[in-house]
Design a protein around this ligand. Structure first.
Ligand code: FES
Ligand SMILES: [Fe+2]
Length: 383
């Protein structure tokens, strides 16, 4: 019996067995983020994504409709396509050249007559999965008959901010993807831990009023909102780094974490996603992409100039001042809250296998961590 991290055994964060169970019972049975609408914008364009045990690809047909298929050749199962790409008309398996059209029908079998006599092509089409769009993001579900995604996110819809991502444009400099040496639940728990905001991020997230945050779960989805801190709220339009994207009477930061591992971070001047993808028991990939106002470069430059005075005075600083820092690129000194989070997650993961590991009491602001663990247990059929 391993020790507990609140409601879950530490094994849940370190063992391959738990990881496999979660892949099977959670990530294979729900909607998984696959990309943005722009990523599959032309007929023949495709992307593939891992959803638990399933590798699924989305392709746009000649009718400009998106379709999702299991990336498994119906001959001997080889994956048909790799990561991302574009094809003209058809998808050919690299192994024996069985070929499918963009609607998933098997259309050609090499040496069919000599090798097989006859193959009934109509029973060997690609297996369908579901694809749906929500807030300009493409989601896939391994089950071809999954309920619509709007049903799945409906309970969260009115609490995740007034942003309309469809009207914003992607800001490519915000696109990052990195691996964290920690279990995916450690990464999620860090995201929804309200207690750490004014401690780990004392120098980097001080422009929001964490004491006034409102948060809690709606079904399996976590909701979070907090208002700007007084000095940031005053004449806020002079302080935003980029042009405003929401009405002034709805200021604040919305930072929900939708199940499983679909984070959004939305403020007065931007809308970002934070996708948590489990790669192994102690390895997680995070993908960030962001959208900003559909405004001219000039408007961005003007806004940045206006705000620079505030940010110079207000300052962003790392938790540990220069004299404590280990080196120049110390994640705890750079003034970047993401680097601080990665550091905390990896340092926590590093302790989990110690026989001396033991958790203390959970703060009020850590109640989302406990709630998230309950959701995990429910999906695994243990609660
Ligand atoms: S496995 Fe795909 S053609 Fe043989
Ligand atoms: Fe954080």
């Amino acid at each position: 019996m391993s020790t507990m991290l609140h409601l879950l055994p530490t094994d849940a964060y370190t063992s391959q067995e738990w990881f496999d169970r979660e892949m099977r019972e959670i990530f294979s049975k729900t909607w998984i983020y696959a990309g943005f609408m722009e990523d599959v914008g032309e007929p023949g364009q495709y992307i593939s994504v891992q959803a638990g045990l399933n590798n699924i690809f989305i392709v746009m047909g000649r009718d400009r409709r998106l379709r999702a298929f299991h990336n498994i050749c119906r001959h001997r199962g080889t994956q048909l396509i790799r990561a991302v790409g574009k094809t003209q008309k058809a998808l050919t398996c690299p192994y024996h050249d069985w070929t499918y059209d963009l609607e998933g029908n098997l259309i050609s079998v090499p040496e069919e007559h000599e090798e097989f006599g006859k193959v009934d092509k109509s029973c060997h089409g690609l297996k369908r999965a579901s694809v749906d769009i929500w807030k300009s993001m493409i989601f896939i579900h391994p089950d071809a008959d999954a309920d619509p995604i709007t049903d799945w996110f409906a309970p969260a819809e009115d609490q995740i901010g007034p942003h309309v991502p469809e009207e914003l444009v992607e800001y490519e400099e915000l696109n990052t993807s990195y691996e964290i040496k920690a279990n995916w639940k450690i990464v999620v728990e860090n995201y929804i831990d309200v207690y750490h905001l004014s401690h780990l991020h004392s120098g980097t997230l001080a422009m929001y009023d964490h004491k006034s945050a409102k948060y809690g779960f709606v079904g399996d989805h976590y909701m979070f909102w907090e208002p700007p801190e007084a000095s940031f709220a005053k004449y806020q339009d002079k302080k935003l780094i980029a042009p405003r994207v929401i009405p002034e009477d709805q200021n604040g930061a919305w930072v929900p974490m939708l199940w499983p591992g679909i984070g959004i971070g939305a403020t007065e001047d931007g809308w970002n996603i934070f996708i948590v993808e489990p790669l192994g028991p102690a390895l997680t990939r995070v993908t960030n992409r962001g959208r900003v106002a559909n405004a001219s470069n000039w408007e961005f430059a003007k806004q940045e100039m206006k705000s620079s005075n505030f940010w110079t005075k207000f300052g962003l600083s790392g938790k540990y001042e220069a004299h404590d820092a280990q080196s120049e690129d110390d994640p705890m000194a750079g003034g970047d809250f993401t680097a601080e989070d990665i550091y905390a997650c990896e340092r926590q993961q590093a302790s989990l296998k110690s026989p001396y590991f033991e958790t203390g009491p959970a703060a009020k602001g850590e109640s989302p961590v406990i709630e998230h663990q309950k959701v995990v247990l429910r999906w695994l059929g243990e609660a």
